[in-house]
Design a protein around this ligand. Sequence first.
Ligand code: PLP
Length: 435
Amino acid sequence: MAKNLDAYWMPFTANRQFKKSPRLLTRADGMYFTDDKGRQILDGIAGLWCVNAGHNRPRIVQAIQQQAAELDFAPPFQMAHPKAFELAERLVELTPAGLNKVFYTNSGSESVETALKMAIAYHRVRGEGARTRLIGRERGYHGVNFGGISVGGMVANRKMFGTMLGGVDHIRHTHDPVRNAFSVGQPAHGAEFADDLEKLIALHDASTIAAVIVEPVAGSTGVLVPPQGYLQRLREICDKHGILLIFDEVITGFGRTGNPFGAQTFGVTPDLMTVAKGLTNGCVPMGAVFAKQGIYDTFMNGPEHLIEFFHGYTYSAHPLACAAALGTLDTYAEEGLLTRATELQGYFAEAVHSLKGEPNVIDVRNIGLVGGIELSPLPGEPAKRAFNVFLDCYEQGVLVRTTGDTVALSPPLIIERSHIDRLIETVRAALRRAA
Ligand code: PLP
């Protein structure tokens, strides 16, 4: 064990608070972590929205072990290994029709950068090089790299880092508690927020706009479920003006909303789709961008010996990641996990919404196996009340996540009703104690 905790600068963590009372996880199995004191911790957030099949799944573990001994690395530029193709073939069986090309990355953030670059380059190769502008959305989270924070809309993730990418604009977020508080599933009001895109087109002209990127369900900004008709309206406006629509499905991908992808749950197919997390059940870092055939084809026009898209990572299609992903897809398929949220979402929704009326709960939001419980902030101390609830739940042996003053739940898709009961009752008790 480490003698002290000084050397590690922890990501997205209150380092000083953590190091005073560390929360160290040492093992995991199924729905549970074990901490360094031997306590069992119920995983209410699938690790970090990624361990969708639960922990320590035998097929995935074996796949990684075997792969490490067989082929540890293969260069991904001008070379490849068979599993990269096998995985791509398997993945496009799951994606919405038309999204049948796969570009590998190592994380959600890299998937976002890749998709944004693909969009701009696509317009250039088809002769509309002026289409460089990118449109994001307020309260969007698209990872932490410069492209992602530029199109993203979370103030704390942006304000420290200068001017970021030029040529970016944002549509409004869809959070509208006055009309939609305590909606079960998709809220009824707010499809018209998509019309902001028309306003930006009127301002900048469509001929300058490459793509619009949104999360179908905004997760990291507090579980914002798209209003009925909203994504459809965005799709229509993009089609009308030749703008690519990118769905960032890093959280919604791989079963979270009751279908393999949010695109299927909401019935809207984007032109590019980013994933990561559940692709490998969180076991080995990996992300991917799915692209429509036509986008790929547009690049395939120059001399055949020349590289068509100058982009990629040393670890794109890493053999360990591909093996982990194949083991993950097998596990999802064998256990029907990519649609399991559909069976459980009614029970889960009722459980999460039973928190309405608990102290300081000002909204509850849900879709599939995602829940958000928004609290009124402590006066002058934003985010503290939710953080206190998180600490209290952890003390009680349940891991939840907070973002701002929202408590977010996104359990592994193997969850049983008894776990849902425990999760909700632990949050309820913590809310009462935090009152
Ligand atoms: N995009 C979305 C929608 C996310 O939720 C996340 C992470 O939570 C990311 C991108 C970034 O992914 P990563 O942390 O793997 O870079």
